[in-house]
Each structure stands twice: as structure tokens, then as C-alpha cells.
Design a protein around this ligand. Structure first.
Ligand code: TXA
Ligand code: MG
Length: 304
């Protein structure tokens, strides 16, 4: 990558990657995203063998999680090793690690590890505060005016999961969910046998900065309204069994919660592309990935 940026597909959302040991390259991620420098980046690795290079003090429950859910939509937070510098962690003593399952992502990361003795630091490939991109054209519309000569966007089609990875703080006695995602609290309890999985609603309780947990994030230009009556001439997103009132612009009719997650961000983008000013969303109820969907919707409804 030689100091360049590579946007790449993962099963969750597209990432904007750089050499995790190159401060100048990582600095460009922050410039391209317009993101404050104190927000930490996830280091993407290709195999469990790489964990001890980037992290120390790995608890048994985290090994169980890694074995069960990696490669996959899960990020684990550990105490950082000496090679993880402040420009990755925003000055924090912890580092986030993830092994994505998308084959293009895995190939990119493992090839890069072979030639560099490094890994790929990557946030979601959107401008700060905006909706994460779940396709290559969405990355391009977010970032092309900020990317430079030699930067790349790899096109791996639409992301399969559609919402960002579950972030689990593994620095305590028990796993602690900092951001809900496709790996749910139930799955974590079942895998680790840990009784106590705290669901954090915000970043204040843990003292750890998680930019995705800011109150207003994941926001389109259009105003997102939750569980309100559909508005004639405006956007509407709901499960397929909810009918569309006349004159309302139906943006998505997913048949289940997994499909809801997969199409949500593309539907919010479509609202902006069609110049809609409002999108009403009927939130999916219940557990599973619906928890992550409601988490993102609540934040996008807070506006930019
Ligand atoms: O699914 C994902 O996680 C995607 C794909 C590209 O891997 N990445 C992603 O990155 O969503 P980003 O930077 O948009 O969101 C990652 C979140 C940020 O809110 C960041 O603050 C948090 O992870 N994070 C990263 N390292 C952390 C750390 N050491 N401690 C606490 N939070 C951390
Ligand atoms: Mg993000």
C-alpha cells in the first residue's frame, strides 16, 4: 500500500484501510474521513495467530469468542502491545482487532501482512458522522473527492451483514458490548458461559471513546423519524408485512431483520439521492440483529 489508502469490502460495511504502522498513511485516513484524531481505529488482521502481535493480556473468554466468531462481524478490544502507537488508538491504552470474513478483505490483509510485518487499520469508509457505505459506489460517492493519486477502491459488491461489527471490550473480567452488531449478547453468553455481558448504550459508562457510539452518527441528510406515521411524498422503510400508504415513497421492504440490516444504509442513501427530506422508519422489534438496527436508527434520528 506504500502509504496509500485502500477502500475494501467487508461483510459488515466497507472500510478505508492504511498500513497500521505508518503514521502518515493513517493520518490521511483521518483527513479523508474528516474524523477527529482522538477516535481510535480498528486494526484488521488475517488470523488468530496475529492477535498477540498487537495485543496483550488476552483473557480466556476472548479466545473462545475469537475461535467461534472470527473471521466475522466482531471486533475485540484488548490492551495494546508496544507496536500499537497513539496514532491508531487516539492515545488510549487499548486496541481494537478484527478478522473480517469477506474473501477480498481477507486476501488483502493476509497479502499485506506477508510483505509488511503490519496489518490494515481501517474505519468505515464514510465521511465522519455519515452513513457507512455498504457498496463500492457508496464509497465512491462519500470519498472520491477526497481520495488522491494511487488510492484505490476495491469493489466486492454489496455487504452481506450491512451494519458495523459488534465491538466487545475484553479488558475486564467479563466481555462487555460497546457497540451491538450481528454477534449478539445471547451468542456471546452462549459461547463464553459468562453471565455478565453489559450492553452499553453510550460511551460514558466505560470511559472508552467509541466514535460510533456518539449520540448523532450514521446520519443521512434527510431527517430520520422513528415509528411515526408515513408522510406523503417522503421516504418509508419497514418490514415487508407493513403496507405502504398511498403517495408514500417505499425505500425498502425487507422480509426479516437480517435483510433489514443488509438494506438499511443503502435505503437511507437512496433517500438522499432522491432528494427526500424525511424518512420514516418502522423499527424491527425483538432481539438478535434488531438490537443493532435500533441502535443505529436511534443515532441517525438524532441528525447530523
Ligand atoms: O464493521 C466494522 O467494524 C467496520 C469494518 C470496516 O471493519 N469498521 C468500523 O470502523 O466500523 P469505525 O472506525 O467506523 O468504527 C469502529 C469503532 C469506532 O467507534 C472506534 O471508536 C471504536 O470502534 N474503537 C476502535 N478502537 C477502539 C478501542 N481501542 N477502544 C474502544 N473503541 C475502539
Ligand atoms: Mg464508522
Amino acid at each position: 500500500m506504500a502509504g496509500r489508502l485502500v477502500a475494501f469490502p467487508t461483510e459488515t460495511v466497507y472500510g478505508l484501510g492504511a498500513d497500521a504502522r505508518n503514521p502518515d498513511a493513517v493520518k490521511r485516513i483521518y483527513e479523508v474521513k474528516g474524523r477527529p484524531a482522538d477516535h481510535p481505529l480498528i486494526v484488521h488482521i488475517s488470523s488468530i495467530n496475529q492477535v498477540e502481535k498487537w495485543a496483550i493480556e488476552i483473557p480466556d473468554y476472548a479466545i473462545a469468542l475469537a475461535r467461534n466468531f472470527w473471521p466475522g462481524p466482531m471486533t475485540l478490544i484488548f490492551k495494546r502491545s508496544a507496536i500499537v502507537k497513539d496514532f491508531i488508538t487516539g492515545g488510549q491504552e487499548t486496541v481494537g482487532l478484527r478478522i473480517p470474513s469477506d474473501p477480498i478483505a481477507l486476501a488483502l490483509i493476509s497479502e499485506f501482512e506477508k510483505i509488511s510485518d503490519s496489518a490494515i487499520a481501517a474505519p468505515s469508509a464514510n465521511r465522519f458522522g455519515h452513513v457507512s457505505p455498504t457498496s463500492a459506489p457508496a464509497v465512491s460517492s462519500e470519498l472520491s473527492e477526497y481520495l488522491g493519486y494511487g488510492d484505490l477502491i476495491l469493489d466486492g459488491g454489496a455487504c452481506y451483514v450491512g451494519v458495523e461489527s459488534t465491538i466487545i471490550d475484553c479488558t475486564g473480567k467479563h466481555p462487555h458490548i460497546l457497540r451491538p452488531g450481528a454477534i449478539t449478547g445471547e451468542m456471546i453468553v452462549e459461547c463464553t458461559g459468562s453471565k455478565f455481558v453489559f450492553e452499553a448504550n453510550n460511551n460514558e459508562s466505560s470511559g472508552i471513546r467509541v466514535s460510533g457510539s456518539l449520540k448523532n452518527h450514521y446520519s443521512p441528510l434527510a431527517t430520520v423519524l422513528l415509528d411515526e406515521l408515513p408522510i406523503v411524498g417522503q421516504g418509508f422503510i419497514a418490514l415487508a408485512n407493513v403496507p405502504t400508504p398511498e403517495g408514500v415513497v417505499r425505500l425498502a421492504s425487507p422480509i426479516n431483520d437480517e435483510e433489514f440490516a443488509r438494506v438499511l444504509y443503502a435505503s437511507l442513501r437512496a433517500a438522499d439521492e432522491s432528494g427526500l427530506t424525511h424518512v420514516v422508519v418502522v423499527q424491527p422489534q425483538g432481539a438478535g440483529i434488531a438490537i443493532a438496527i435500533r441502535d443505529r436508527l436511534r443515532r441517525s434520528a438524532n441528525g447530523r
